[in-house]
Design a protein around this ligand. Structure first.
Ligand SMILES: [Zn+2]
Length: 168
């Protein structure tokens, strides 16, 4: 298990790993119609300096994160549960939003897709990629302690992160 965490944290190898990346877009400039993220030189950016893109033809696309949100195809599912969550719900939601903001600064494709409460004291957070789910798991462990486990699908495309703490 330790080895697998290292592998997935290695960096943003999104070009080779992500089935939602636009084909044939390398070397060109593309802008997402949904979130305005910019695809340039095989990387996605939140924004690109206009001077760098002057005169470059722009293609309109839908980015992998917006496609995954549309298709409800998460890369990470974080489930938090236990009495502690009920007492501190606002703090959990705040932490999730903070981690999303931070992650988007590195990679605009790391987004929270949905946050759902199931009414039994647990919250389920779907993310567009597995790295953001891991970040949220680590941040919760750091902030609130508790127990966190990570389980990957066979193809490493989906991680389930389960965080639990019973005592408030
Ligand atoms: Zn987008």
């Amino acid at each position: 298990m330790k080895k697998r965490i290292t592998k997935t944290e290695r960096g943003y190898d999104i070009v080779n790993k992500d089935p939602y990346l636009p084909r044939g877009a390398s070397g060109k400039l593309a802008v997402c119609e949904g979130c305005q993220a910019v695809y340039m030189k095989k990387r996605w950016y939140l924004k690109v300096d206009a001077a760098k893109t002057a005169g470059v033809p722009v293609t309109k696309v839908v980015c992998p994160a917006c496609l995954k949100i549309r298709d409800n195809f998460p890369g990470g599912i974080v489930t938090v549960s236990g009495d502690f969550v009920i007492a501190r719900k606002e703090e959990f939601l705040h932490l999730v939003r903070n981690e999303e903001q931070r992650a988007r600064g590195f990679n605009p494709l790391e987004r929270v897709m949905s946050i759902k409460e199931n009414g039994h004291g647990s919250i389920v957070i779907n993310t567009t990629n597995e790295k953001l789910a891991q970040r949220i798991g680590r941040a919760m462990k750091k902030a609130f302690h508790g127990e966190v486990t990570y389980r990957w699908s066979h193809d490493d495309k989906l991680v389930r992160v389960d965080w639990v703490r019973e005592a408030a």
